[in-house]
Structure formats: structure tokens, C-alpha cells
Write a new protein. Structure first.
Length: 125
């Protein structure tokens, strides 16, 4: 299983959000009360401060950082490159998932680590 699989297992109806191509999902500085699992489509994450960019593809999760920081603010911008279907997990469900399934936290960390390695072109050891 991966982090998106765990999110799907814990999801209920109404937690899937449709986003049109070009639509902003969140902006830097926004308050973040949820994370996302990308079911379909492609999302671009950008960070003005670091002049960085990342492409998120179906099967990836993103936006969890706002759930674990003290002020719950978004650090970057997320924009749908193509039409997307997003699974939305609010902070309450996130905390429940971490408490009831500690493996979820490991899956999430592994997902973030894999994305960071890909950004930096570092192969896993």
C-alpha cells in the first residue's frame, strides 16, 4: 500500500474534488486544512522563495505540510495543469489516519522522500 491507497481506504463519498485545467488548488500563504491525493491528472507545485517547481502525477499525494506546521499555512502554489480528480483529506482524518495506522505516516514520508529525490536526481540507497 501507499499513502494514496490509505487515503482511499479512509475516504467517504464527497471527498473527491474535480478541478479544471488551469485552476488554482491553493496559493502560498493560504491556510491549509487538508491534503490531497491525485487520482487523475497533473498538478504543478511552485515555490517563489526557492524558485522551485515540481510536477505531481496521478498516484502522488501533496499538501500535507500545512497539516503539520504550527500555523497551517501553504508554502507553495498548486495549479492543475490538466483536468484533475483530487481526493481530499482534512486535518481531522489525517490525524486519525496517523493515530490508527502509523504505517500511513511512513507511507507519506516515503512518498515525500521519493519526490524530493526525484527533484534532486538522487537515486535511493
Amino acid at each position: 500500500m501507499n499513502a494514496l491507497d490509505t487515503m482511499l481506504a479512509l475516504s467517504a463519498q464527497g471527498e473527491v474534488q474535480e478541478v479544471a485545467a488551469g485552476e488554482t488548488i491553493f496559493r502560498s500563504g493560504d491556510s491549509g486544512d487538508c491534503m490531497f491525493g491525485l487520482l487523475e491528472g497533473t498538478v504543478e507545485l511552485t515555490w517563489a522563495e526557492a524558485n522551485g517547481k515540481e510536477i505531481i502525477r496521478a498516484g502522488d499525494v501533496f499538501g500535507a505540510g500545512a497539516l503539520v506546521t504550527e500555523n497551517h499555512q501553504r508554502f507553495g502554489n498548486a495549479t492543475a495543469i490538466t483536468a484533475c480528480r483530487l481526493l481530499v483529506m482534512n486535518r481531522e482524518k489525517f490525524l486519525f489516519a496517523v493515530q490508527e495506522s502509523p504505517l500511513f505516516a511512513i507511507e507519506l514520508l516515503a512518498s515525500i522522500d521519493a519526490r524530493l529525490r526525484l527533484l534532486r536526481n538522487i537515486s535511493p540507497s
